[in-house]
Design a binder for this molecule. Structure first.
Ligand code: AMP
Length: 193
């Protein structure tokens, strides 16, 4: 299955994406993780994106398209994938549609995890203590949430227009949210009666 998972920073989408990819046996492709790995390894890409990421801004659409094109072209993505963190704006959503239609493998499901901003700030402060991410300070989190509202939220409407969007409430335990997502996917997969 080819799935895009959407949700604000701190919505729990990374955690849910990991669980889903294990259950469905498809690669979890997180652009944030790919970029953080490049920064840690000190590659040319890592050096290019380090400051932009630390400030909470988005990396350029061109760089991201190159990265995602290379990753989706690998063998393990042929039978399905779960995209987490891409697309992040409408330009990326359209670029992804074009890329996947060229490859003959369109997105089948987009899952949007909804959580309100106050809960997100609380969750991210906890994550900051655990993971030591340079973009998890309160000021940067607020900027990331603002960018999310302005640029990423419209991506849900894009998938809704394509008839593949399911919205899931992201409050409650990890298991509770996961059950909602699984139920939504089963329903989306069932033949229409
Ligand atoms: P994430 O782990 O998905 O929250 O991503 C962490 C950071 O990586 C973001 O705040 C951006 O700076 C960068 N990033 C990840 N995915 C993208 C994307 N699709 N477009 C632009 N920047 C991205």
């Amino acid at each position: 299955m080819r799935i895009v998972i959407l949700g604000a920073p701190g919505s729990g989408k990374g955690t849910q994406a990991k669980l889903l990819s294990e259950d469905l046996n498809i690669p979890h492709i997180s652009t944030g993780e790919l970029l953080r790995a490049a920064v840690s390894a000190g590659t040319e890409l890592g050096i290019q994106v380090k400051e932009v990421m630390s400030s909470g801004q988005l990396v350029s659409d061109d760089i991201m398209l190159g990265l995602i094109e290379e990753r989706l072209g690998r063998d393990d993505a042929r039978d399905g994938f779960l995209l987490d963190g891409y697309p992040r704006n409408l330009v990326q959503a359209e670029a992804l549609d074009e890329l996947l239609s060229r490859m003959g493998i369109p997105v089948e499901e987009a899952i949007d995890i909804a959580v309100d901003n106050e809960q997100i700030i609380e969750r991210i402060s906890k994550r900051a203590e655990l993971e030591d991410r340079s973009d998890d300070t309160e000021e940067v989190v607020r900027r990331r949430l603002q960018i999310y509202a302005e640029q990423t939220a419209p991506v849900s409407a894009h998938y809704s227009k394509h008839g593949v969007l399911t919205q899931v409430l992201g409050v409650g335990s990890i298991d509770a949210v996961y059950s909602r997502i699984s139920a939504a996917l089963k329903q989306a997969d069932a033949p229409a009666s």
